[in-house]
Design a protein around this ligand. Structure first.
Ligand SMILES: Cc1cc2nc3c(=O)[nH]c(=O)nc-3n(C[C@H](O)[C@H](O)[C@H](O)COP(=O)(O)OP(=O)(O)OC[C@H]3O[C@@H](n4cnc5c(N)ncnc54)[C@H](O)[C@@H]3O)c2cc1C
Length: 388
């Protein structure tokens, strides 16, 4: 067992951990990033990777607005492509009830300062997206939303962090934290002890494994989302698609592949972790994705499918993440519970966590993201605003 020291240990090499490590290393902090598998091994690879402001919870909207501004510059800053494109997000209504949901969403979000349009009819929708079916009755359209390539984006953050001096320990599992007198002393991995006064838990759905020995947990459910990816196709779809009740989403990647997802469903399967985390989607959920997509995008039914996988969400009761100090342990921080929409805001989450770790103001109201908010009685169960 080797010994090492670090100013800060970031545990988890998804978008959250990689962006946090980058923000710290860029500003001269000595960072070690510990990742159990490879970079982007879980949600940050499974994801649809929409980068959207529309449909965000009001508490998250300021982060999403800042993230959209930041994504545009990221490739240049990180010295590697992120695949970010600002190709819009269209949220579809398929029933008269959904039309009202979308109309209200547009009104509420416009009041919060977001620039988005209501497309009030099938004609208005199809004028913008001719491949959509007449089954689509209306939609919201936010031109400044878009998407990025998930794994390359995480890789770009991590490698830029490395160039700024961060050490990346990939294929290394954090087993726990050492605490003495209420202060963090070290992070223990399966390969070494890293003496440090500050650490960030950015382990997605596995975050509670490190909190449990401290007698703590973020209440998480882990629903499953099924993803299909087609072979490369000629241009078919401009914006990222979502729907009013979040039971499907999709986009066409820059490569031409369609990447489409189900809604979030209960999951009773097995998460295999060797050689990497993998959730195999039930056949029925694949059939549902095909049905739901083809209902709004009829051409989808004939598309050749290249791959299918499933992803787990780290869903909190109110659908918002925890971005906070871990109560009771000086020096320990948590960024988890992104509830199906943590990819787009990742570049800003990283900056926020870096400021928190350094004891600096973050520039955002973090009250909605407090660790201990779930302890108060009556935390409402969230409607899932979802990915896309
Ligand atoms: C199907 C699907 C679609 C989605 N669509 C969107 C979308 O369109 N837009 C959007 O914004 N968000 C979307 N999301 C959500 C988004 O992908 C996640 O919120 C985001 O990727 C979370 O990033 P993370 O870094 O916090 O967690 P993760 O990416 O899960 O990373 C956690 C990392 O920690 C590592 N780890 C775990 N335990 C340990 C340990 N003990 N030691 C060391 N390392 C450890 C894991 O291996 C993993 O690499 C979607 C999610 C899914 C599953």
């Amino acid at each position: 067992m080797t010994e090492e020291t670090a100013d800060v240990v970031v545990i988890g090499g998804g978008i959250t951990g990689a962006a946090t490590a980058h923000a710290l290393a860029r500003d001269g902090v000595g960072v070690v990033l510990v990742e159990r598998f490879g970079l982007a091994a879980m949600a940050s690879r499974w994801t649809l990777a929409g980068v959207r402001q529309s449909g965000r919870h009001p508490a998250e909207l300021p982060l999403a607005l800042a993230a959209v501004a930041r994504w545009a510059e990221l490739g240049q800053e990180l010295g590697a492509p992120t695949g970010y494109r600002r190709h819009g997000n269209m949220r579809l209504a398929r029933t008269p009830e959904e039309v009202e949901v979308i109309r209200r969403l547009v009104e509420e979000q416009a009041r919060l300062g977001l620039d988005l349009d209501f497309l009030p009819s099938t004609e208005a929708v199809r004028e913008r997206e001719p491949a959509l079916a007449p089954t689509v009755l209306a939609a919201s359209f936010c031109a400044s939303d878009g998407s990025a390539d998930p794994a390359p984006s995480v890789e770009a953050f991590a490698r830029a962090a490395e160039r700024h001096g961060a050490r990346l320990h990939l294929g290394e599992r954090a087993l726990g934290v050492e605490v003495e007198g209420g202060r963090l002393q070290a992070v223990r991995t399966d390969q070494r002890r890293i003496a440090t006064e500050r650490a960030v838990i950015a382990c997605g759905a596995f975050g509670n494994e490190l909190l449990a020995p401290l007698g703590l947990a973020v209440p998480l459910r882990e629903p499953m989302v099924t993803v299909l990816q087609t072979e490369p196709l000629p241009p078919l779809l401009g914006p990222v698609l979502g729907v009013a009740n979040a039971d499907m989403a999709g986009r066409q990647e820059a490569s031409g592949r369609l990447r489409v997802t189900s809604g979030a469903g209960d999951w009773r399967g097995v998460l295999t972790t060797e050689p990497e985390p993998r959730v195999s989607p039930p056949a029925g959920s694949i059939a549902q994705v095909i049905e739901k997509l083809s209902f709004v995008l009829p051409a989808f039914r004939d598309c050749p499918v290249h791959a299918a996988w499933a992803g787990l969400l780290d869903l909190t009761p109110d659908g918002l993440p925890v971005l906070d100090r871990v109560p009771g342990t000086e020096g320990l921080f948590a960024a988890m519970g992104f509830s199906g929409h943590g990819f787009g805001i990742g570049p800003v989450t990283g900056e926020i966590m870096a400021h928190l770790v350094r004891g600096e103001p973050t520039g955002f109201d973090l009250a909605p993201f407090r660790f201990d908010r779930f302890n108060s009685a009556g935390t409402p169960e969230a409607g899932l605003t979802l990915h896309g």
